[in-house]
Structures are given as structure tokens and as C-alpha cells.
Design a protein around this ligand. Structure first.
Ligand code: FES
Length: 319
């Protein structure tokens, strides 16, 4: 989570598609907001300790506002519902400075952007950046129905409308996304970017791999994952605090530590953002996150405390 925050005011609030809150946030002090790169996100502080990450969905060329799209998910852990209920025009909130874990390679010969549902948000910023730079790209927007899709009107009427390809689940076969055809026609050096629900992403990534795209040219951002917290109990020794705590079956390390007064800062609580990263001094973690790379996981010297567990009876942590 970003430590540095900015005070912003909701300048515009609009409901689009099915349950998507589109917000324009301006600096509360006036003037330009800090610059951001396509693919970046901000932490939004929603009150009561709730902090959630949302991708910036506007153009990086416009620093007068940050545009967000927030899907209301009643099954979520409260972040999106709080955003929909609390953020009105004129509301002042704090947000983190933009950070980018999903950078765009501007030197690609061709770029295929694929957004599923609310996963369209980082793709919009990427499309603007590529369009402004005169780069070759295409944007595929997959949604359940036309009516469900936020941002569709601005995309299909904007400066790069000719490169926007909507695909609807309830549409005809001819308009379905055929990744084989898309990549078959694309420059062999093309890069693909995907964001959306995890099942959709698995399908796109699987297709891209099957079609022979090298891993280095498949870029992905998960905004929602289901972490598996099952597994037996184990002990955690907090070396600096001198405390040992039992992590029970079904309990997270974060919750077990909180019970003995050790507060770990969290944000996504899904192994996505890296906020709860901690050094491991002894023992072998059972990594359940999607933040660390496979190489970093293999080193076993750091872990995410919101979701990962232990393969050994005891973990000694640097806290
Ligand atoms: S809180 Fe986001 S990875 Fe743990």
C-alpha cells in the first residue's frame, strides 16, 4: 500500500452499465494530480480502515482528474459497497499516489488489449497511451451484455473507436472473441494484456499460451482472486516481538497475530497487492498468493501473511 496520500474530491459520479460507479477525482487543493502511467492503480481510503485498489481508467495525458470504475459486488468484503454508498459528488477522500504493477511496453510492434467486465479499466488507460503515441493496437472488451458494459459509449465514440471491438456473451457467434484469429492476424511480435474475472483471465492466458505466445509477452492483472485458506494449524514465531502464536485451521496469519496484539497492515487481503509482505527467517511457507513470482516463491524467504500458510510446523517471521 502506498504510504503517501493525496486529498481528492469527487468531481463527478455516474452509474454506468450494471452496477459500475464511474468517478472522476480531482485534487482537493486544485491543480494537477501527480502523473501516472497506463496500467497504474491507486489505493482508495474508504473510511473505517477500508483501503481498496482501483485501476486508473482515464487518459494519462489528463492530470486534472483520475477516473475510476468500481463494480458493486455485494459478495465482496465491503470495499465496493462502501464506495458506492459513501462517495458522492463533493465527497473528500484520501487516495494513495498512483503505483504501477501492470506496466505497458511502449516499444511493442503491436498490442492486443483484452478486458473482461470491469477489467476494462486499466485497458482504457493503455489504449489512450498507445493511441496518443501513435502505436499499433486493438482493444477487445468482453461483457455479458451491451447494457452491462460501463465505458462502452466513450470507447465506441472516442478517438480510437475504430480499434475497439466489443464482444457480448448474448451476441451472435460472429462477434465472439476469437483469440486465435486475433493473434493470427497480429504482428508475430505482439504483446497481449488481459484483466478481468479470474476464469476469464485463465481462458485468455491459456489460449495465448496454446497459440505459442511467449510468457514475456503475456501481461496480466488479477483484480479478484479466490485464495484458498484451507490447511492445518501451525505455529508462527514473531522474532522481533518475541511472541509465538498458533494459527488455527481456517485462520489467517494476520488474524492470529492480531489476536496477540501484532497488527499487520493489509489492503486486498487476497494475496494480490503485496501490502502484507514479510521476511521469513525459518520454516517453509505454503505460498497462496499471486503477488510473488515463481522464483521469489521458490526462495522461501518472504511471504504474504494475509493468505499464505506453512509447510513446516513452525514459521519464524521477521516481525
Ligand atoms: S493484503 Fe494484499 S497481499 Fe496481503
Amino acid at each position: 500500500m502506498s504510504e503517501e496520500t493525496i486529498k481528492v474530491v469527487v468531481r463527478r459520479r455516474e452509474e454506468q452499465g450494471h452496477g459500475v460507479l464511474v468517478l472522476d477525482l480531482a485534487s482537493a487543493e486544485g491543480g494537477a494530480l501527480p502523473p501516472f502511467e497506463a496500467g497504474a492503480h491507486v489505493d482508495v481510503h474508504l473510511g473505517d480502515g477500508l483501503v481498496r485498489q482501483y485501476s486508473l481508467a482515464g487518459t494519462p495525458a489528463d492530470r486534472s482528474v483520475y477516473r475510476l470504475g468500481i463494480l458493486k459486488d455485494p459478495k465482496s468484503r465491503g470495499g465496493s459497497v462502501a464506495a458506492h454508498e459513501r462517495l458522492r459528488e463533493g465527497t473528500e477522500i484520501r487516495i494513495g499516489v498512483p503505483r504501477n504493477h501492470f506496466p505497458l511496453a511502449m516499444d511493442a510492434r503491436h498490442t492486443v488489449l483484452v478486458g473482461g467486465g470491469i477489467g476494462i479499466t486499466p485497458m482504457i488507460a493503455m489504449a489512450h497511451a498507445l493511441s496518443d503515441a501513435g502505436k499499433s493496437f486493438e482493444l477487445h472488451y468482453c461483457g455479458r451484455t451491451r447494457a452491462a458494459c460501463a465505458f462502452l459509449d466513450e470507447l465506441t465514440a472516442g478517438a480510437f473507436a475504430d480499434r475497439v471491438h466489443p464482444h457480448f456473451d448474448d451476441g451472435g457467434e460472429a462477434q465472439r472473441l476469437d483469440l486465435g484469429a486475433v493473434l493470427g492476424k497480429a504482428d508475430p511480435g505482439a504483446h497481449i494484456y488481459v484483466c478481468g474475472p479470474s476464469g476469464f483471465m485463465d481462458w485468455v492466458i491459456g489460449e495465448a499460451r496454446r497459440l505459442g505466445l511467449p510468457e514475456a509477452r503475456i501481461h496480466k492483472e488479477y483484480f479478484q482472486v479466490e485464495t484458498d485458506s484451507s490447511g492445518g494449524a501451525f505455529d508462527v514465531v514473531a522474532r522481533k516481538s518475541g511472541k509465538t502464536v498458533r494459527v488455527e485451521e481456517g485462520q489467517t496469519i494476520v488474524d492470529a497475530l492480531a489476536a496477540v496484539g501484532i497488527k499487520i497492515q493489509v489492503s486486498c487481503e487476497q494475496g494480490v497487492c503485496g501490502t502484507c509482505l514479510c521476511n521469513v527467517l525459518e520454516g517453509v511457507p505454503d505460498h497462496r498468493d499471486i503477488f510473488l513470482t515463481d522464483e521469489e516463491k521458490a526462495d522461501n524467504d518472504q511471504m504474504l501473511l494475509c493468505c499464505s500458510r506453512a509447510k513446516t510446523e513452525t514459521l519464524v517471521l521477521d516481525i
